[in-house]
Design a protein around this ligand. Structure first.
Ligand SMILES: C[S@@+](CC[C@H](N)C(=O)[O-])C[C@H]1O[C@@H](n2cnc3c(N)ncnc32)[C@H](O)[C@@H]1O
Length: 214
């Protein structure tokens, strides 16, 4: 029993130290997540820790919406959101990394996703979006916003392309080396022109739903 406790404690300490090292590294050398971690992002473990259905519900994603996922990564949420908005909706899955987009493309090409016809992949920087003003009903970001060095610029772009009253949702997970505190996200997003509608979850895993003000 003592050995088991010592083993578990060692694992927890190692995870903690790795997390701290990653955080320091991410702060010193900001760069987008390498596509290699796409395997973890779209894994069974991730779906247990951060179930897509929960993110969809908290974000306020509904049937028929025109939606943008900024920083879609390897597509962990793309298939779920595509089905949630249905054939009357449209999802643009955007990422700066060609490697991540290739992963999402491969996922969508799988036989179990043959029904998905409402997704368009876009390679772009969140700070300079290739969309007209007031295009989207909803924009969501999962473990992305604090990875963008000029996040205020990315937020202003989100404000620009959202329809009046459109929804912007930010989801974060403590495991992510870029994890920001909830209060920091609220302060930054409100400064960019959003109004907080509702917050969900806890310290480890939260979603904040905002509305475009004005
Ligand atoms: C930690 S991953 C999260 C991916 C996905 N949202 C998920 O939760 O599985 C962050 C993603 O944001 C993308 N990203 C980082 N900076 C970006 C930027 N300026 N514009 C667009 N995407 C960006 C990265 O390429 C990466 O795919």
């Amino acid at each position: 029993m003592f050995m088991l406790k010592a083993f578990l404690l060692t694992i927890i300490v190692i995870i903690f130290l790795v997390e701290v090292v990653f955080r320091i590294f991410a702060k010193l050398f900001p760069f987008p997540a390498p596509s290699l971690i796409g395997t973890f992002l779209d894994s069974g473990f991730r779906r247990v820790v951060q179930p897509p259905a929960k993110v969809i519900e908290r974000s306020g994603i509904k049937e028929g919406m025109r939606v943008l996922e900024t920083g879609c990564g390897s597509g962990a949420f793309v298939d779920h959101v595509s089905r949630a908005i249905g054939q009357n909706g449209k999802l643009y899955a955007l990422d700066i990394s060609p490697g991540m987009l290739r992963r999402t493309e491969r996922k969508l090409a799988r036989l179990d996703n043959i029904d998905i016809k409402n997704v368009e992949l876009v390679r772009s920087n969140a700070c300079d979006l290739p969309f007209a003003d007031e295009t989207f009903d909803l924009i969501y970001m999962v473990t992305v916003l604090w990875e963008i060095p000029d996040r205020m610029k990315a937020l202003k772009e989100a404000v620009r392309i959202l329809k009046p009253g459109g929804i912007f949702s930010v989801t974060e997970l403590l495991m992510d080396p870029h994890y920001p505190l909830r209060s920091t996200v609220v302060r930054t997003c409100c400064k960019a022109g959003f109004v907080t509608l509702e917050t969900f979850g806890n310290f480890f895993d939260y979603t904040i739903r905002f509305k475009k003000s004005g």
